[in-house]
Design a protein around this ligand. Structure first.
Ligand SMILES: NC(=O)c1ccc[n+]([C@@H]2O[C@H](COP(=O)([O-])OP(=O)(O)OC[C@H]3O[C@@H](n4cnc5c(N)ncnc54)[C@H](O)[C@@H]3O)[C@@H](O)[C@H]2O)c1
Length: 453
């Protein structure tokens, strides 16, 4: 052990007083919710490992980062610039209320072609769901048999902690990360039970209804010092207790709600309108989708959770307080319609009523025939790799919320009192500048006057 510690110390990169430990050994990915997104992610990682496809859409795998001046011609790949786990280092487990292994679940989700899934069948079939912490009061539209039993929510949390420790041992992983890819839970507001670790643990023992299953996974992970990302719009880690636990146990957290589909489009288009000072009268968004996520969102409670997450985006990007003439009165509506024939291949329409010079109106129509899980899978990959990086960084691991990962979320978590940054381009710059900072490289300001001296 002593020699191991010594060698780690020697290899640890030190910049600006901050250190990043190397990504040695396997990284265990633990996923509550083995549905469309989770299976598309895991199958995709294996397909890329086998050379069957490319990791399109992944910042860590395909992205580059410019360093220094434009004339320096230094633009390494992100994965070569910061020490990340490689795809070959990843091992997986998950929990679900259904007993299907990952091959069966991926086949049912119907996102990836049969032929591709069959080429990686032995690998996918080997990943079987552990029994879930589940309660229909929080997700009304589904029910399944693969569920843990326990007298109190604390008992259930202990069982998840056991699962985590067992996976750590049996997988041989040296580090772990949890990412919630489970269904969207019903709308819950923060309450007294969520304000401190003491209150939360008391509430766990008393089966308080304010504690949803996703919070139990989050608590268990953070108690084990394991970073946690939240891919759904549920509160989950967006609570004082989780922030306290995250900082205390140096287990970074981030969330919430993967930024895909229509909201991705919104955060690409709206910053453009604002940059050009074009006004907005209204933005009507509607979707049809027919996967299980769509079915869950057909329940008003789950939809409300999603709606809150989707609606906040424009307000924050357009800043009506600063631009009352342009954005003081816009009408924003978001609908999601469950329509089974489409499966995972969602269609999202946007009607955008903008106005220009002297108030003259114009319209923009967007019809995005997207594939939800195809857009979400690379986000899952990037998040687990970056959260693991954060855990190995002396500067980031104790900070709790990793706001630099806002890029990947519809409702980015921030420190209390800070408004979230929704503009995709600001988020991208924030992410890359954080990586530059961690490695002691200059921030890029795009000033560029020196080229004309
Ligand atoms: N696909 C996207 O683009 C996208 C974007 C943003 C957010 N999300 C969110 O990601 C989540 C997953 O999406 P999906 O399309 O894979 O949905 P899905 O319905 O295919 O998969 C969710 C899985 O979670 C399981 N589950 C539910 N509660 C659970 C619990 N308590 N413990 C363990 N498993 C549980 C369900 O049985 C199901 O298999 C949803 O909350 C969705 O809203 C998806």
């Amino acid at each position: 052990m002593a020699t191991q510690r010594k060698s780690v110390k020697k290899e640890t990169a030190k910049h600006n007083g901050s250190e990043i430990q190397p990504a040695k050994g396997k990284l265990g990915i633990m996923i509550p919710g083995m549905g469309a997104v989770a299976t598309t992610f895991v199958a995709g990682v294996e397909a890329v490992r086998k050379g069957l496809a490319k990791p399109i859409g992944s910042v860590t795998q395909m992205g580059t980062i410019r360093l220094g001046k434009r004339t320096d011609a230094r633009s390494p790949k992100v994965k070569e610039f910061v020490p990340l786990a490689t795809l070959n280092d990843l091992v997986f487990t998950g929990w679900d209320i259904f007993e299907d292994d990952m091959h069966a679940a991926a086949t049912k989700a119907g996102v990836l072609d049969r032929e591709m899934l069959d080429e990686i069948k032995p690998f996918l079939s080997s990943i079987k769901p552990q029994k879930a912490v589940f309660d229909r009061n929080y997700v009304k539209k589904i029910d399944g048999p693969n569920v843990k039993k326990g007298k109190t929510k604390m008992d259930l949390a202990e069982q998840v902690r056991d699962d985590i420790r067992n996976f750590g041992k049996t997988s041989g992983a040296s580090r772990l990360v949890t990412i919630w890819c489970g269904s969207t839970e019903t709308f819950i507001q923060p309450s007294a039970a969520h304000q401190s670790l003491k209150a939360f643990e008391k509430a766990l023992r008393e089966n308080d209804e304010n504690i949803a299953p996703s919070m139990i996974y989050a608590y268990a992970s953070l108690m084990e010092g394991v970073p946690f990302a939240n891919g759904a719009p549920n509160l989950t880690v967006d609570l004082p207790v989780m922030q306290e636990l995250s900082r205390k146990n140096e287990a970074p957290i981030c969330g919430k709600d993967f930024k895909t589909g229509q909201t991705l489009m919104k955060t690409i288009l709206a910053p453009g309108f604002k940059a050009r000072l074009l006004g907005l009268n209204g933005w009507f968004s509607t979707n049809i989708l027919g996967n299980r996520d769509g079915e869950v969102l057909d329940d008003p409670g789950s939809f409300k959770t999603k709606e809150e997450s989707k609606l906040s985006v424009l307000e924050h990007i357009l800043q009506p307080d600063l631009y009352p003439d342009l954005y003081g009165k816009f009408y924003h509506k978001v609908r999601i319609n469950y329509y089974p024939p489409r499966g995972d291949n969602k269609e999202g329409w946007d009607n955008i009523d903008i106005f220009g010079w002297l108030g003259y109106p114009m319209q923009i129509k967007v019809d995005f025939l997207c594939r939800d899980s195809i857009l979400a899978a690379p986000i899952v990959l990037d998040l687990v790799l970056f959260l693991d990086l954060a855990k190995r960084s002396s500067e980031l691991r104790g900070k709790g919320i990793q706001e630099w990962l806002s890029f990947f979320f519809k409702s980015p978590m921030t420190a209390p009192g800070l408004y979230p940054e929704h503009d995709l381009f600001i988020q991208s710059m924030k992410l890359k500048n954080t990586l530059r900072h961690l490695k002691g490289e200059e921030m890029i300001t795009h000033l560029g006057l020196e080229y004309y001296d």
